[in-house]
Design a protein around this ligand. Structure first.
Ligand SMILES: [Zn+2]
Length: 101
């Protein structure tokens, strides 16, 4: 599952701004480069962005609406899956619970 687009845009802006502050063309992974304060700041921003986007992708506000014969709502989290008919929501608890996207 992919992160939410607004989260991607926001984190992308943070990473871009931090990268712009590194005033060198010498992007190396040697220890001198990695010790620079602007590079360390960039790496922190990048790692934070990774965590934020991972978190964004792990959460969804879409839930399975399958009801059993007694009317109990499943309520499982859903993934977005794709088949020949297009994308649909697929329940993580029971993949036979499907709903059109
Ligand atoms: Zn379900």
């Amino acid at each position: 599952m992919l992160p939410e687009l607004p989260d991607v845009i926001k984190q992308g802006q943070f990473v871009f701004d931090a990268a712009k502050q590194i005033d060198t063309d010498a992007w190396e992974d040697d220890s001198d480069f990695l010790r620079r304060p602007d590079v360390r700041h960039f790496l922190r921003v990048l790692m934070t962005a990774y965590q934020e986007l991972k978190e964004s992708a792990a959460h969804t506000d879409v839930w399975c609406e399958f009801k059993d014969a007694a009317g109990n709502l499943c309520g499982g989290a859903v993934d977005i899956a794709v088949d020949a008919h297009g994308a649909y929501y697929r329940c993580q608890l029971d993949p036979t619970h499907r709903r059109a996207k």
